[in-house]
Design a protein around this ligand. Structure first.
Ligand code: HEC
Length: 237
């Protein structure tokens, strides 16, 4: 194999590896540790969030859950309602009627219903902005966090969390969890996290598709480049 060929192949492989590493990394370094009933520290593995940006129904349902259960306390200041309408293919009238719970202008960003600073004095911690939460923690962390609330009478709101010990956030999906089967609840939370992942990087799906074709193009280009290389050097001894 010529040096050129070797380095080109290396380049393609390197790029392909970086692409896969990117997705593998999203699962992060686990979801914390907790002390089990026997007093032994156990490592909590993250569950895999069902992310699929092509599933518009899931994203729309996630948007509905987010606006109804989360935007009371959390803002998502980098996301406009109009972008949700456009990207998730929801008619603007429906967005105005059902999703815009904290504002009346469709061009506005998602603001929290209650001022986060006031909330800091209630909960002891201000609810962070969630626009980029899945980028910060990883999709799987957020998914596992939302599935890991448990009853704990010693906490002010009667609930604690396995992933984020002594979390200041109440178990806001408690009623939903009571009403649904475990499987249905996981599916709802999955839609919610799918929507949150979309918020964090709306172009992620496009980027992955484009990335795939770029790598494919480079690999196909390798053939004429290799043949040209042979052609150029064939008379040079
Ligand atoms: C009653 C107010 C309230 C509601 C409603 C609420 N949260 Fe929270 N949330 C908080 C507070 C307060 C914190 C800070 C927790 C801490 O740091 O201990 C928090 C923290 C979080 C975190 C962890 C942030 C981090 O990286 O440490 C995530 C993720 C989160 N909330 C997601 C949600 C989602 C999704 C919903 C809707 C299902 C929601 N929250 C609804 C108050 C709320």
């Amino acid at each position: 194999m010529s040096t050129l060929m070797k380095s080109l192949a290396g380049l393609g492989l390197g790029a392909a590896l970086t692409l896969t590493a990117g997705t593998a990394m999203a699962s992060g370094s686990g979801c914390g540790t907790f002390t089990n009933a026997d007093g032994v520290d156990e490592h909590l593995a993250c569950s895999t969030a069902p992310i699929d940006f092509t599933n518009k129904g899931s994203l729309q349902n996630g948007a509905k859950i987010f606006m109804n259960y989360c935007a009371g306390c959390h803002s998502a200041k980098y996301v406009r309602h109009s972008r949700i309408a456009k990207d998730l293919e929801i008619p603007p009238e429906l967005v105005e009627k059902y999703l815009m719970v904290t504002t009346d202008q469709i061009g506005d960003h998602i603001t929290a219903e209650i001022d986060p600073e006031i909330q800091a004095s209630w909960f002891g911690a201000a609810p962070p902005d969630l626009s980029l939460e899945t980028r910060l923690r990883g999709d799987d962390w957020v998914y596992t966090y939302l599935l890991s609330f448990y009853e704990d009478p010693s906490r002010p709101w009667g609930a604690n969390n396995l992933v984020l010990a002594n979390a200041a956030m109440p178990h806001v999906l408690h009623n939903m969890q009571e009403e649904l089967s475990q499987e249905e609840f996981e599916s709802e939370v999955g839609d919610l996290v799918n929507f949150m992942a979309w918020m964090g990087e709306p172009a992620r799906h496009d980027r992955q598709v484009i990335g795939f074709f770029v790598i494919l193009f480079l690999l196909v280009l390798l053939i004429p480049v290799y043949l040209l290389n042979k052609e150029f050097w064939k008379d040079v001894k």
